[in-house]
Design a protein around this ligand. Sequence first.
Ligand SMILES: [Zn+2]
Length: 589
Amino acid sequence: MRFSDDFLNDLRSKIDIEELIARYTEVRGRGRTPVCLCPFHNEKTPSFVIYKDNQSYYCFGCGAGGDAITFIRNIENLDYTEAVRYLCERTGTPFPTDPIDDELTKRRRRCYEANREAARFFNAQLSLPHAQAAREYLHQRGLKRETVVRFGLGYAPDSWDSLIKHLRTKGYTDNELILYDLARRTAKGGCIDAFRNRLMFPIFDLRGNVIAFGGRVLDDSKPKYLNTSDTVVYKKSQALYALNFAKNGNNNRLILCEGYMDVISLHQAGFTQAVAGLGTAFTPEQAKLLSRYCEELLVCFDSDEAGVKAAQRARKILSDTDVKLRVVRMTGGKDPDEIIKKFGPERMREILEGAVNETEFALQNAKSKFDTETSDGKVGYLNEAVLILAAIPNAVKRDIYITQLSAELQVAKAAVEIQVTKAAKRNNRKEEKAVFEHAVKNLRGENDHSPNPDKKRYTKAVKAEEFLLAALICNPVYLKKFEDRLSADIFLTDYNKRIYTLITEKMKQHISIMPSSFVDELDESGIAYISMLLALEEQIGETERAFSDYLNVLAAEKKKAMQPASSSLSDADFLARIADCRKTDGGGT
Ligand SMILES: [Zn+2]
């Protein structure tokens, strides 16, 4: 949906960005540029800056940036139109009734519809004769009919193009299907179904739209699971399988497992708070999402080394949220599915109730590696345990474990204490150093999230380009004043050339330069880049002299960058240069 500039300006004028952001994270500091801990990435020192003058924000830590609309889009996981509607409701602004449809919203809607149609198709295939193997698999895994219906499971036939053919009759083009990752382009330029001969698990968003699929093989072929790649409606790092069902439970607890089948088994057995990641390691975005729906997370990973590592990773990521982590120790089976099948739901409930906190889990795990009956084993376990205890920030908690450990191993408590304190100091120093280095990098502008692919190659020129663009945004009169020296061609990097063109086009149409003025032309990183330019305003000399200096620096840098490539020299220059080389070589051969 497209909105008029007047409407957007009116909407923006009713929003105080600081107040808006303060609803999600504590804003520190006052004045024109307050700071806060970034709500989009986990951090201990604030790198998220709010620019009240132009009502935008930029995070120097992760590169997130934009204005009120972008902020709501990202934090509430909405599309552009939905974010505008959200802000309209909050500010009592009437939502425009006759808008021109926005291209992106249209594309997203098409994608939802195609996915829903595909899910229906896969589901219908499941009852046809050729899905015998898929049905047997479901039966053998003990899935009931209503479970299959609830999760919308289906079957992708063993054919190259049955889904493509079906969706063509519904009006979708091959190109669309490739964009939605329902089809793949072959080397010869043809088009084949992305999922073939697989059991299909549709993935839903929180509103129940089908946003992607996971497909499992029915034999031993590889890969065992195939998942939709990121599309206009799906980012796998930001989604969780079955959260649409699990979020409705009301005991503030979620269970995080490894795979689709674990989740489905748990739900069928009555544990409807189960969710799973989607073929990626646990991400900070997923942690944020979970923290909105639970206070306690039971991590239910496989009981092997990889599962332990994954649990540790989850703890790290969750450490900046309020979510309490407990680790489920699988006994009698490798995963929830196996345990429920072998022993029934009661046993699973006991295991879940017996979930330990992550310190206990890590200690148990360390202990299992050693024979603590021998003194070598004792020392080995103690060394690992000390590292685990040193990582506990709470002194009282730490003391409790030290007491337990010394009693368990029959070692003097003081001795354990000394070791733990030493290790904790080492940890602190490491952490302080990391925080310090991060801060220094921020100051130097080295935490780089630039979408400009040439930034590393032409550091100085890019810097001049960015200052030029930023100065131009805050002084649109320069466009006229420096008319004879300004054009897209003065830019060295293609990226900034494009940004310059976009900005000047908007200026000529008297559209204000705000991050979300560019939703049609730029992706998320591009929009954040615009906010970065707006943020630069703080550092810009406001004089025309400074502007002229940026122009000179850029011209000089561009000339330098063009020189060494001999192919760009004219024939005469090229010959002259060869002659020069001969002279310095002392006449050559
Ligand atoms: Zn950030």
